[in-house]
Ligand binder design. Sequence first.
Ligand SMILES: [Cu+2]
Length: 455
Amino acid sequence: MTSRRNFITGAAGAMVGASLVSKAGAAAIPEAPVQSSPATQPPLHPPSGRPYNPVVTLNGWSLPWRMKDGVKEFHLVAEPVVREIAPGMKANLWGYNGQSPGPTIEVVEGDRVRIFVTNKLPEATTIHWHGQILPSGMDGVAGLVQPAIAPGKTFVYEFVARYAGTFMYHPHSDEMTQMAMGMMGFWVTHPKDPRRHAVDRDFVFLLNAYDIEPGNYTPNVNTMLDFNLWTINSRAFPGTDPMVVRKDDKVRIRMGNLTMTNHPFHIHGHRFEVTGTDGGWIPPAARWPEVTVDIGVGQMRAIEFVADNPGDWAFHCHKSHHTMNAMSHAMPNLIGVDQGGVAKKINDLVPGYMVMGDKGGSMGGMRMALPENTLPMMAGRGPFGDIEMGGMFTVIKVREGLARGDYRDPGWYRHPAGTVAREWTGPVPDPVGAPAAPASGAVIGTAKRGGHEGH
Ligand SMILES: [Cu+2]
């Protein structure tokens, strides 16, 4: 045990030295590609190794590798990054190779994988390979199975990706801070036979949450529950890209939850089955139909459906506060309250003061002055007006006539004539009155009926 660990850390230390000294020496460690864009990158078709159908990381990318003596070598660099959460807001996060989350790692069942991890953070870190069945010393728990990777050091992890499936990676060292700062990434192990579990489009993303006060850039890492930015791969709507799908494609969406609460994800216009978890594939006979799947803390879910219904379909967390962006939650419910008089008085003191929410919370149409680097709470413009969403919300765009593998945004859906809800301009009959209420004092529902005594 000890000699093996010393061998690894010793070798890694030598490699860091080499990479600092000369380009020739740096050949010992693969280059670490860096991503500067928060946009969804095209799938990375494997240039070497066994063939597979690559995934598409929503607002993310997959990490290229180097094949060396039959081993897939990756290089992750843990470092501070600036992530655009949506146009108009950037956050100082920690991530890998230029972005948060880090790049998706894609390998094939049976691959031997070697991952170099360089720590450019101001504190020690490790990487835990969530869901992988691997030797204990490769599991990435600081103190328990390896020394933490000190700032400036490079460690190397090596194991065989034994099972095809859906996984993720994240630190197991000062986790609260490092995950609250955005350190995480997706991992997909593809089946050896690409015909197994085959789909036409395979999307992946992680759910994360931040506490960034309006006007600030850096998350509060001590927050336990009261997060105010709910994100898909560190993007909030309208910054989330759409998932573009060809009609009748078989679609898989894999999601992992690294927030501190559960997220019931809901699809519109389709029904899906949950086909896999981070524990493996669910046997077909054990699957059932759903339109919402709850993703618990630390869990992953893969869902599959046939996209047979063209249109623009919302796909979002069903907790309504998770489809809103940051704002104070300490707001009273003002529905039905006439604030006109108050507003006039305040306006005398504060010109431009705005009454909020006396007809409900709708604020999409308001254009309030916001602190710098702050997203509107409910945002996004659609073809019919304001969408009034934020946070964990995106759109699945199902279209006829797309090319295989074309993920470009096709614009808004053109609805066939007569298929859009519209204003009714004909006569509206009076509502039928409800039955008269029973006289006060009347006792309801105590009449004994036969057959219920045993309940
Ligand atoms: Cu949620």
